[in-house]
Each structure stands twice: as C-alpha cells, then as structure tokens.
Design a protein around this ligand. Structure first.
Ligand SMILES: O=C(O)[C@H](O)[C@H](O)COP(=O)(O)O
Ligand SMILES: [Mg+2]
Length: 296
C-alpha cells in the first residue's frame, strides 16, 4: 500500500493551511524558482502570505551567491525580501567557522564554489585563499600542485567552473595539510527548468572518494542551518511550516527541527518518488503558486 500524499487540492485546503501557520520557511531552488525562471504564482503567493501578516524566511542550500545577491535575485522578480530573512548554506558555513568551531582566523579557507562562499566568509572576517596554483593541462604537471600550510579549511559548494586543478589542490590540502573538510551542502542534483543537473553533493563525492574523508556538511537537513534561523528569529515551532522540493534535505530539515512540512512537486521530487520514499511529510501541493488562488 503506497502512503497518502496528503495533497492540498482546493482553496479550502489552502486557506486551512495558511490559517494554521504563522511562519513559513521556504526552500528556493525548485520551490520559488528554477534557475532564472520564477515558478508561476510563487510571487503572488509570497505577497498574499505577507498581506496576511505571516513571517517569511528563505532557506537555500545553494551556496553559489551571497544573501545580498539572493535579495537582488528576489528583487529581479519584483519580490521584496530583506537580506536578514535569507539563510544560505554559505552563510551557515561562515557562522560555523567563526562562532561554532572558533576557526583559527590566522589560517585561510580554500573555497571550491561560487562567490557566495567567498563573500559570506569574508563578511565574517574569515580569510579566503586566492588560488595560486597552475591550471594543469596534463598529468605530468600535477606535481606543481602542493599543500599550502596556511590553508586551515577546504569548503566545497556548487561550482559550475569545477576543474581537476581545483580538486587536486583541495585533495592535497585535506590529506597533507590537515585542512578541515567542509561542504556547504550535499544535494545530489540541481533542479533547473524541467531538468536536473549534477548538484553540489555530486561534485563533493569526487573528494570524498579521493581523500577517504567525510566532510562536515552545513546545509539542510543539518542542525547548523536551523540554529542560524532560530538564533535570529523567535520561532513557535508549532506554528511554523517548512516548504521544500527535496525530501532528504528540505523535508528532513523540517522534521528534525520539529516543524510541519509541505512538499511541492515543482522541483526534484515527483508524486511517484514521494509515495515510495520512507521520508514522510505533513502536506503536499503541486506548486507553491497554487496558494495564490486565495488572492483572487
Ligand atoms: O546542488 C545544489 O547546490 C542544490 O541543488 C541547490 O543548491 C539546492 O538549493 P535549494 O533547493 O536548497 O534552494
Ligand atoms: Mg530545492
């Protein structure tokens, strides 16, 4: 017997949902947008929830840009979101280094990923290493990549410009410089318009395999992300809802935090996967945009 998807079907269901919660935690990729395309109705739903006095917080595992750049991305869709209401895995990484493990700030972090990691680390006073190794063109050049004792941590996130030199430098510092091995997130895939591509977790698997080390992972479903949110917001967990498209990150994140969850089918999860997965969720809905029917 396949499990019930508890799908919200009509405006009565949507109204009951909206009245039930005061705080809405939104995943971004696959819920609000797919790459550069906003999900139809998502903007209107966000505006409707704001008009109802709800607290909206955005929680993304995507470390490619900073919270400030995400606020600009929302603005591009004409959605006004304050930077302090956006929590990303890159920000959680910076908090972890500075406030959780008291990272040796005389050391550098070597980042594999987008500007989000560099910007958030630097904003927290963490030094970021500018790559100074050769981009190697053949296997004989690889000895030009040597451990750098000033590297105290390697941080790995989604990097659309990944290459062997970056992986080799990260590998040699994790294995020879005793550098901490940290991942912003380990999502296996990245949802784009109707497709999925290799995610941060798939890139990460190269280094997990080569170093035989397991990274400390910052993003959903891990506690550090929720600690960042609850430190900045006084949440009533019984009136908080986590909305996401991925079962093993978003839904698991909400469940571990003790809040209800709403699964959407506009990202990486379809009904078949949801029905067969052992991961349970409180409600499901085809799209976040459906809730905007309450505004009509
Ligand atoms: O590969 C990745 O990094 C993830 O697919 C992507 O970042 C997920 O972002 P989210 O759905 O948490 O906004
Ligand atoms: Mg997502």
């Amino acid at each position: 017997m396949t499990k019930s998807l508890n799908t919200l079907m009509n405006v009565e269901d949507y109204k009951t949902l909206v009245d039930r919660y005061d705080v809405f935690l939104f995943d971004c990729d696959g819920v609000i947008w797919l790459g550069s395309k906003v999900i139809p109705g998502a903007k209107e739903t966000i505006e409707y929830l704001k008009s109802q006095g709800k607290k909206l917080i955005f929680v993304t595992n995507n470390s490619s840009v900073s919270r400030a750049k995400y606020a600009e991305k929302f603005q591009k869709f004409n959605i006004k979101v304050e930077e302090q209401d956006i929590f990303s895995s890159a920000y959680a990484t910076a908090v972890y280094l500075k406030d959780v493990i008291s990272f040796d700030m005389s050391k550098y972090v070597y980042p594999i990923g987008g500007s989000g990691i560099t910007d958030e680390l630097r904003a927290m006073g963490v030094k970021v290493l500018e790559p100074h190794f050769p981009t190697i063109k053949n296997v004989d050049d690889v000895q030009g990549i040597v451990p750098d004792p000033s590297v105290g941590a390697v941080v790995v996130g989604l990097d659309v410009e990944i290459n062997y030199s970056k992986l080799a430098f990260a590998h040699i510092n994790i294995t020879k410089s005793n550098a901490l091995f940290i991942a912003t997130n380990d999502d296996s895939t990245l949802p784009v318009q109707g497709l999925t591509f290799p995610g941060a977790g798939s890139l990460l698997s190269v280094l997990i395999n080569s170093t035989s080390e397991s990274p400390v992972v910052m993003g959903k479903p891990n506690q550090i992300m929720f600690d960042c949110i609850s430190k900045a917001n006084n949440l009533d967990l019984s009136r908080t809802l986590m909305i996401g498209d991925r079962l093993d990150t978003d839904i698991e994140f909400g469940t571990r935090a003790g809040v209800d969850t709403l699964l959407v089918f506009t990202g990486v999860t379809d009904r078949e996967l949801a029905a067969s997965s052992p991961i349970s969720f409180t409600h499901s809905i085809q799209s976040l945009g459906d809730i905007s029917k309450l505004a009509q």
